[in-house]
Design a protein around this ligand. Structure first.
Ligand code: PLP
Length: 433
């Protein structure tokens, strides 16, 4: 296993893959196979009994996907990871891995809309309660806890608020109670490393900056390998009670014995959830996302550099009421941006147009370079007007609670030349009546 420390190098060399051992190919081969030949019946029995690790069936593991898993684990400073079919599946898995009916989680109020849908509807119907804490005061996470609280959940840089989450503060509260902090780091690969600040688990939608080219949907969950699951064993029955589906295995005991690592979380997610729910990432998508990962460090720097320039330009416009950005926040969240976003301040920008709903629609309709899509993190610049699209089903009050005003537009700044991005914004702003 390579032990490079710099993100630029890890994106290309992280993990154990150096070349294909049979054909010597340097590019990661696409192992487009459903199943793998066993050496003998003893070998097969050992794999199924988790006495040794190896390939069985692509629903549960695949060598192409394994390269991606090792590289992103290294990039995030974790120990092991698991790819799944989408970011949405990653969000569902991290909760389902620790929670059963009757349990609860504490989540930040600032989350991606798809996550809120999952939490308020599907998790609710499964008997899992989500309690929301405003991250403006990290103690809110403590106040909402009880003995059935299994985890804390947050996003590093959530939109539309773009308030950077107090990762270290909330992780510390969790550690004192035996509660892991799970951070969705989709908007900040490389620029923020939540594990360094105490997060137990990190997840990403690979669909965004990591894939980077808008071609493939995917998700990943990274285990830091350093959360103390034994601090409060009764809090984590899925880790400490015998698993009937695996001959009574107790993951908290058997995984460290078998692997030498403190990774019961990620092993259970693979051998129980991926086995049963089947949300596997296709090897072809893994290959595509690996291509993106190789240039991620260059792209993310360019995204962030461009975003700063565009933000400065937007602040000069008389058509704009407010520019929302990770560093344009009140003192607590401004400090968080300085503390947690190291190699750039993100590439998402919100603008509130003075002309409200009609101005928002006009601005989007007149953009020529920007794509009008419900996505972020593509190499191309993207824009969306939430009030007429993603949030249009909400009542006005709900929309405002989510931080979406009628004139709010979200920009995901791409890696084109900054002058061309500014020119497009300028000509579209000029067309607002
Ligand atoms: N998390 C965040 C922060 C997102 O922005 C998204 C998608 O936009 C997801 C998770 C879900 O990812 P996917 O679309 O890959 O399912």
């Amino acid at each position: 296993m390579s032990n490079y420390l710099n993100s630029e190098t890890i994106g290309l060399h992280g993990g154990s893959f150096r070349k294909d051992d049979v054909q010597t190919s340097v590019a990661v081969p696409i192992h487009q196979t459903s199943s793998f030949q066993f050496n003998s019946t003893d070998h097969a029995a050992n794999l199924f009994g988790l006495k040794e690790f190896g390939n069985i069936y692509t629903r549960i593991m695949n060598p192409t996907t394994n390269v991606l898993e090792e590289r992103i684990a290294a990039l995030e400073g974790g120990v092991a990871s698991l790819c799944v079919s989408s970011g949405q599946a990653a969000s569902a898995f991290v909760i389902q891995n620790l929670c059963n009916s009757g349990d609860n989680i504490i989540a930040s109020t600032d989350l991606y809309g798809g996550t809120i849908n999952l939490f308020n509807n599907t998790l609710k119907s499964m008997g899992i309660e989500v309690r929301y804490a405003d991250p403006a005061n990290p103690d809110n996470f403590k106040k909402l806890c009880d003995e059935k609280t299994r985890l804390f959940y947050a996003e590093t840089l959530p939109n539309p608020s773009l308030r950077v989450f107090p990762i270290g503060e909330v992780a510390d509260i969790g550690k004192s109670l035996g509660i892991p902090l799970i951070v969705d780091n989709t908007a900040c690969p490389i620029i923020c490393k939540p594990i360094e600040h105490g997060a137990a688990i990190v997840m990403h939608s690979l669909t965004k900056y990591i894939g980077g080219h808008g071609t493939s949907i995917g998700g990943i969950i990274v285990d830091s390998g350093n959360f103390d699951w034994s601090k409060n064993k009764s809090r984590h029955p899925n880790i400490w009670e015998p698993d009937k589906s695996y001959h009574g295995a107790v993951w908290g005991d058997s995984v460290p014995q078998l692997t030498g690592a403190n990774i019961p979380f990620i092993i259970r997610a693979r051998v129980v959830l991926l086995r049963d729910l089947g949300s596997a990432l296709s090897p072809f998508n893994s290959f595509q996302i690996i291509q993106g990962l190789e240039t991620l460090s260059l792209r993310i720097k360019q995204h962030c550099k461009n975003a700063l320039k565009i933000k400065e330009f937007l602040e000069t416009s008389d058509k704009i009421e407010k520019v929302i950005f990770s560093t344009n926040q009140d003192s607590f969240f401004k400090e968080n941006a300085d503390k947690y976003l190291k190699e750039g301040k993100g590439a998402l920008i919100g603008i509130e147009l003075k002309g409200g709903l009609e101005a928002g629609k006009s601005f989007i309709d007149n953009l020529k370079l920007f794509y009008h899509v419900a996505n972020i993190g593509d190499a191309r610049s993207l824009a969306i007007h939430p009030a007429s699209t993603t949030h249009s089903q909400l009542k006005e009050e709900e929309m405002l609670n989510a931080g979406v005003t009628p004139g709010y537009v979200r920009l995901s700044i791409g890696i084109e030349h900054e002058d061309d991005i500014i020119e497009d914004i300028k000509q579209s702003l000029e067309k607002i009546n």
